[in-house]
Design a protein around this ligand. Structure first.
Ligand code: HEC
Length: 146
């Protein structure tokens, strides 16, 4: 008699864990869609200028503008462009977007005057929450896998 009870209980337990596993799976699938869609919405429409305007719809980068700069009789042909950010590490991505993280401006050699002028002076500062930053990151790193 005890055996039967134990077997039944065990069966019920297995059954329950099956159900809860499928519920978890369902939640993961649902949150995949919402996280992706939410990130997409933010990428195209953050509070501020759309990321897509400068980084392209697929975040693969684009040329924004070209200009000439003259300094000490030397003419520099500069091009403002964005690179592919779909493979950027989260740390770099986060540092660029979280206003609380102070990043030291990298040192540029004399001949890289264009890069020096452009770096940090084109992209606006955003005030996104951690969750928003993570969602955009999730979106751009999954954009080309769909
Ligand atoms: C007005 C144009 C513009 C907009 C809008 C813009 N960016 Fe940028 N972004 C740039 C430029 C130019 C660079 C490269 C120069 C630099 O780092 O300052 C850059 C660099 C970055 C980098 C650093 C890449 C690396 O490898 O160092 C990330 C990440 C990034 N942008 C993400 C975003 C996201 C996300 C948004 C929207 C919330 C956004 N950007 C909006 C112009 C823009």
């Amino acid at each position: 008699m005890l055996k039967i009870i134990i077997i039944t209980l065990f069966g019920a337990f297995l059954f329950a864990s099956d159900i809860s596993q499928s519920l978890v799976q369902q939640q993961i699938n649902e949150s995949f869609i919402t996280k992706f869609e939410y990130g997409k919405m933010l990428y195209n429409n953050p509070r501020g200028i759309s990321c897509a305007k400068c980084h392209g719809d697929n975040a693969k980068g684009m040329t924004l503008s070209k200009f000439k700069h003259k300094e000490k009789d030397k003419v520099y042909h500069c091009e403002i462009r964005t690179e592919d950010i779909t493979t950027t590490s989260f740390d770099i991505f986060n540092a660029k977007l979280d206003p609380d993280i102070l990043v030291e401006k990298p040192k540029f050699e004399k001949e890289n005057l264009c890069e020096k002028m452009i770096y940090g002076n084109t992209m606006p500062r955003y005030f996104l929450t951690k969750n928003e930053i993570e969602s955009i990151y999730y979106y751009i790193t999954h954009i080309n896998k769909k």
